[in-house]
Design a protein around this ligand. Structure first.
Ligand code: GLN
Length: 309
C-alpha cells in the first residue's frame, strides 16, 4: 500500500475512536440534526490519485467553504476592483462579528468572514437575477468538481433564511455604508443558498484541485485562474480561512484551509494535494474539531506543511 493510503486509513481509524467530537452547530436548525459520529476524508494528489476514507463520499453542507469559490468567481469578474469592497486582513473576530464593521466604515476585513462573503456575493449578483447568480455559482462548482450531480440543499437554505438575523444585520449595516449594490434580501438569498450547497469530501477535493495546482484544472489542463491568483487565494485561506482560529490552524496544520460550520474543511498542500475532511462537531471558533486534528496528522505524516517538517 502506498504511504498516503496507509496514512488516510490510520487517520480514519484514529478519528473513529475519539470520544470528544466537538459541538454540532445549532444556530442553523437544519444543521443541528447531523450526527456527530461522521468522519470523512478525501485527498487528491497532483497526479490525480484519489484516496477517500470514512464517510468521504457522504454529502454535507459546505457552508463557508463556498466562500473560496465565490471569491474565485468574483475575482474573475471584477479583478482587483473587488478589493475596494473588502479587505485582506485577518479579523481576529468570530465569523459573524459585527463590531469591526462600524469602525471600518462598513468594509469587511476579509472575504471569508460572513460580512466579507456577503459583499462578494453582492458583486456576483450585480446585473443578474438572484437565480441566475446562484445558477452561475452552482455550475462553477459542478464544472470544477467535474460532477453535474452537485446540488443545493433547499431545506438547509430555508432553515438559514428563517433564522439568519445576524447575517441580515451585517448586510443591512453594509448597505447603509453603500457597500452593497443590490437589495439586501436578494444578496442574502444568494448567500444562504450558496452556503447550502451539498458536497462530499471527494467532490470538494476535486473542486479545489486548481488551488493545489497553481491555478490549473487537471481535468482539462486549462487555467481556472492564473498562478498568481491561486497563490493569493491560498494566502487568504491561510491567514483568514478559520476566522479567529486561523493562527492556531496555521500553527498546528501549516496548510491554507477554509472551514465551514457544516464541519467541513478544505485544505491545500500546494503542488502536492487537494484535501477535504468532514466531521460535524465544531470547536469554539466554529471550525471542525476532528477535521483540524485529522489535517494536523495528515500534514505531519506526509511532510506537507508549507512551513517544513
Ligand atoms: N451560512 C453560515 C452563516 O452565514 C456560514 C458560516 C460558516 O460556515 N462559518 O452563518
Amino acid at each position: 500500500m502506498a504511504k498516503l493510503d496507509t496514512v488516510v486509513a490510520e487517520i480514519v481509524d484514529e478519528m473513529r475512536r475519539i470520544p470528544d467530537r466537538g459541538t454540532v452547530a445549532s444556530y442553523i436548525p437544519e444543521l443541528a440534526c447531523v450526527d456527530p459520529d461522521y468522519f470523512g476524508i478525501a485527498v487528491i494528489e497532483a497526479e490525480g490519485n484519489a484516496v477517500v476514507g470514512g464517510d468521504g463520499d457522504m454529502p454535507f453542507s459546505i457552508q463557508s467553504i463556498s466562500k473560496v469559490f465565490t471569491l474565485t468567481l468574483a475575482l474573475g469578474k471584477f479583478g482587483n476592483r473587488l478589493w475596494t469592497r473588502v479587505g485582506r486582513e485577518p479579523s481576529g473576530s468570530p465569523f459573524n462579528s459585527i463590531v469591526q464593521l462600524e469602525r471600518e466604515q462598513g468594509i469587511p476585513r476579509n472575504p471569508f468572514i460572513n460580512a466579507g462573503a456577503i459583499a462578494v456575493t453582492d458583486l456576483i449578483l450585480s446585473g443578474h437575477l438572484p437565480r441566475e447568480a446562484l445558477g452561475e455559482i452552482l455550475r462553477f462548482m459542478q464544472f470544477l468538481a467535474d460532477d453535474p450531480t452537485i446540488t443545493i440543499d433547499q431545506e438547509v437554505a430555508a432553515s438559514e433564511q428563517r433564522t439568519g438575523f445576524r447575517n441580515a444585520a451585517l448586510a443591512n449595516y453594509m448597505k447603509s455604508f453603500g457597500v452593497l449594490d443590490n437589495p439586501v434580501d436578494f444578496t442574502l438569498g444568494v448567500y444562504f443558498h450558496h452556503c447550502a450547497i451539498s458536497m462530499s469530501c471527494r467532490q470538494l477535493a476535486m473542486a479545489g484541485r486548481f488551488l493545489a495546482q497553481f491555478g490549473s484544472n487537471p481535468s482539462t489542463g486549462l487555467p481556472v485562474v492564473q498562478p498568481e491568483r491561486a497563490r493569493r487565494i491560498n494566502a487568504l485561506m491561510l491567514t483568514c480561512g478559520h476566522y479567529d482560529g486561523s493562527g492556531e490552524f496555521a500553527y498546528r496544520v501549516g496548510l491554507p484551509g477554509k472551514s465551514g460550520v457544516g464541519g467541513g474543511i478544505f485544505a491545500v498542500a500546494p503542488g502536492k494535494a487537494s484535501i477535504a475532511v468532514w466531521s460535524p462537531g465544531l470547536d469554539p471558533s466554529g471550525n471542525s474539531h476532528l477535521g483540524r486534528m485529522a489535517l494536523e496528522r495528515l500534514a505531519k505524516r506526509m511532510g506537507w506543511s508549507i512551513f517544513g517538517a
